[in-house]
Design a protein around this ligand. Structure first.
Ligand SMILES: Cc1cc2nc3c(=O)[nH]c(=O)nc-3n(C[C@H](O)[C@H](O)[C@H](O)COP(=O)(O)OP(=O)(O)OC[C@H]3O[C@@H](n4cnc5c(N)ncnc54)[C@H](O)[C@@H]3O)c2cc1C
Length: 497
């Protein structure tokens, strides 16, 4: 898979793969911003902790994000206000501000060098139709006492129909940030950390849980599921509350920077920021955001992103990559106890592409729950919050329509030209398989059905992976799972076929 700009800065610690049964107080599953921040917040307690990462650190969503730490998140406050009320929008705003404050405190307390820069943040639109929404957002920002501006000196405003600018937001390098936190926690006596240790199943036994990693077991009193998309459906029913969104991103070396980052309010989203590291400046540009089941012509989407970045900078991008995140039907993350019944299993997901602040605050909320401390944000993020008519409508238009599209279109057969005869889907002995022919003419046959919830997989000719258009699982051409929620491979033993 293509690497992001940040991943060149990963400092390898070479943690072991889980190689024995262990018994702990708290098991944290997943080493992205959520898992690592939760561990950080628990490290000075009496608890014995284990952190398990399926892959090597750091390859997850956090390390492929655009790394903005901001409380201006497109037109989020009116979405929340319209679906809930002002109080909920206010608490969400306070949570984002606290997320920024906490991340800055972690950076300062531990002298983490992560290219943190203060920037202005803008939300803008080039569509006249969006303008009334900006007026509405301004009214809510007024009520929240947020100071904002409607012009920016840093932008050519010729095509911009409306914009909102706020100050005191930040951008950083998320990999350097996570490296820094991991460095602090790995030296503590009460935590063990393992890589290449994918949890495949959790079972409840009396008053504890058992997590299975290959042939080994972790027995834990409390479990934090911080793996971006939980690998189980029940409890929590996350696939029914969410859908996936994917975007294409480029980073291009430039000889100037501006202290501004921005995002459009309307689909398909465009987002940008600048990054400064020693003598290298980059312009980071994101476009072609869509629901996972749409825009599956990966090559075309990459090309569009690269070409537009070239038009803006005059240069060819040095990095290109994709990323996806879990979106909720009510615009609010799911953070807290997975269900009312399972009091000791915690999830944190559904950040709607704003996980730098929400992942940080999730680490605080979940560690507070584990320590039996109160947290004022729990009530707005509670994963068991109820259904309303509007949420149900969003569930139909997002989750149901996306999954129906993804299940029912046999995309690979519809668009064989994308794959230039490199891959196909067919049936062998009645079973649906995907076949990839490598450059040496070797044939790699894998199952074409995602082990998570049985969606058909599409071939991603850019990354050479089989991708699930429903929930985002990915597999290499040999059938190894490289991204969840699926936690089983799709290898086929051809000798048995
Ligand atoms: C294109 C794009 C741009 C974005 N830009 C921004 C931004 O600028 N600002 C912002 O605030 N947010 C941004 N986001 C959102 C943000 O990146 C995510 O919300 C956040 O990184 C999610 O963090 P996480 O810890 O939940 O997941 P991850 O970072 O994905 O971490 C989860 C970890 O769990 C591991 N794992 C998975 N399954 C298992 C298992 N079974 N066993 C063990 N380990 C497992 C994975 O390997 C992974 O390392 C962006 C998202 C996208 C898609």
């Amino acid at each position: 898979m293509k690497k992001s700009l940040w991943q060149k800065d990963i400092i390898r610690s070479n943690f072991k793969t889980l190689n024995k049964d262990i018994d702990v107080d708290v098991l944290i599953i997943g080493g992205g911003i959520t898992g690592v921040t939760t561990a950080y917040n628990l490290i000075d307690t009496k608890y014995d902790i284990v952190l398990l990462e399926a892959d090597k650190f750091f390859n997850g969503t956090t390390c492929k994000s655009t790394g903005k730490l901001t409380y201006l998140q497109d037109l989020k406050y009116q979405d929340i206000y319209n679906l809930y009320d002002f109080e909920t929008a206010k608490l969400y705003y306070e949570a984002q501000k606290d997320g920024i404050k906490l991340a800055k405190k972690i950076i300062n307390d531990n002298n983490i060098e992560c290219n943190l820069i203060k920037t202005d943040s803008i939300t803008f639109t080039t569509s006249k139709k969006e303008v009334p929404k900006f007026d509405c957002e301004r009214k809510i920002l007024d009520k929240l006492n947020v100071k904002y501006y409607s012009v920016s000196n840093d932008l050519n405003q010729k095509d911009i129909k409306s914009l909102i600018l706020v100050k005191n937001t930040y951008v950083f390098n998320p990999v350097k940030y996570l490296n820094g936190i991991l460095n602090v926690i790995k030296n503590k006596d009460n935590i063990s950390i393992y890589e290449n240790s994918r949890v495949r199943k959790i079972k409840k036994e009396n008053n504890y849980y058992v997590a299975y990693v290959n042939e080994f077991k972790v027995k834990a009193k409390k479990i934090v599921v911080s793996c971006n998309y939980p690998f189980f459906t029940i409890p929590g029913f996350v696939p029914f509350k969410t859908y996936m969104e994917k975007s294409y991103i480029t980073a291009t070396k430039v000889d100037y920077i501006k202290t501004i980052s921005g995002i459009t309010s309307n689909y398909p989203t465009i987002s940008f920021r600048y990054h400064v590291d020693k003598d290298e400046n980059y312009f980071i540009y994101l476009n072609n955001s869509s629901k996972l089941c749409d825009k599956l012509n990966y090559k075309k989407n990459y090309n569009e992103c690269v070409n537009t970045a070239k038009k803006i900078t005059g240069k060819v991008a040095n990095y290109k990559w994709t990323n996806m995140d879990v979106m909720t039907n009510d615009f609010m993350p799911l953070i807290g106890r997975v269900s009312n019944e399972e009091k000791n299993v915690f999830i944190a997901t559904g950040y709607n592409t704003w996980g730098m602040t929400n992942g940080t605050i999730a680490g605080k909320i979940i560690s507070d729950l584990i320590k039996s401390k109160k947290n004022k944000y729990l009530k707005i993020f509670n994963p068991s919050r109820g259904m309303t008519i509007t949420k149900f409508k969003n569930f139909i238009s997002n989750t149901v329509i996306s999954n129906t599209k993804a299940y029912s279109f046999n995309l690979i057969k519809k668009n064989p030209s994308w794959y230039k005869n490199k891959a196909c889907v067919t049936k062998i002995n009645g079973k649906r398989v995907g076949i990839y022919f490598d450059n040496q003419g070797n044939k790699h046959v894998v199952s074409n059905i995602c082990p998570h919830l049985k969606c058909f997989l599409t071939f991603n000719e850019e990354d050479k992976t089989w991708d699930c258009p429903c929930h985002g699982s990915r597999f290499d051409v040999f059938g190894n799972v490289v991204r969840g929620p699926a936690c089983y491979d799709i290898k086929i033993d051809e000798t048995k076929e």
